[in-house]
Ligand binder design. Sequence first.
Ligand code: NAD
Length: 245
Amino acid sequence: MASDHEGRRYLVTGGASGIGRATALVLAARGARVAVADLDDAGARRTAAELGPDAVAVPLDVARRESWEAASARVEQALGGIDGLVNNAGITRDRTMARMTDAEWQQVIDVHLRGSWLGCQSMGPLLAGSGSGAIVNISSSGRHGSFGQTNYAAAKAGVVGLTKTVALELARSGVRCNAVAPGAVDTPMIQDVPERVRAHWAETITLGRLGRPEEIAEAVAFLLSPAASYITAQIIDVNGGELHL
Ligand code: NAD
């Protein structure tokens, strides 16, 4: 049976590592051509090489408009258009509110919230040309509040409002927009979290363990696919059943 993704073209931000890399791998394995976009140029090229000759690496700083303009031109030239966008790139700059600096606040808002907004805005016209375009933004269970992460929680809650509004504005162009909200996932982003904290997290998760990047990628791939044609403006939690939410 032909895959739902055969011949489709996707751009995944933050594709050099973690959830973005896993998403790029899942999509390419199902026949899609993937643009792997990342600030980490060498990492993006490494992922693209893993995907095979149909993949392209695209240098991108999601927080900069000029960078999105260049990426959009590169994708149009390399893939001839785009059928899906995954706004996944992310950073953390954790500190309690009392001690957080302006720079730590702004960097996290810029990458997650401004970055996702710029992505939707820049790629919207190309996605409209698809006929079955889809955007998946990556929020987080942290959107409900997360100690030491006022910047991150605010950005990820903002991604929810962005997602629902983009869904409204792009519906007439045939473009759907949803978000996936992962719980704790074992990626480089949380590599510095101590073992005892991870063990505590696992106790608060119904399935008793952290998630794997591929488990988030599967939800993203479904929402991008034509099989999800009647799903838009939704936030899908993929968190093993977090008990504290
Ligand atoms: P990761 O650190 O493994 O990967 C993040 C990628 O984003 C890196 O390749 C990095 O180079 C790239 N990136 C950072 N800033 C960028 C920029 N300005 N422009 C382009 N690329 C940039 O992290 P991950 O865990 O795979 O996180 C992916 C997404 O999932 C993030 O949005 C994160 O907030 C979200 N998320 C992660 C978890 C988790 O527990 N790992 C939980 C919930 C949500």
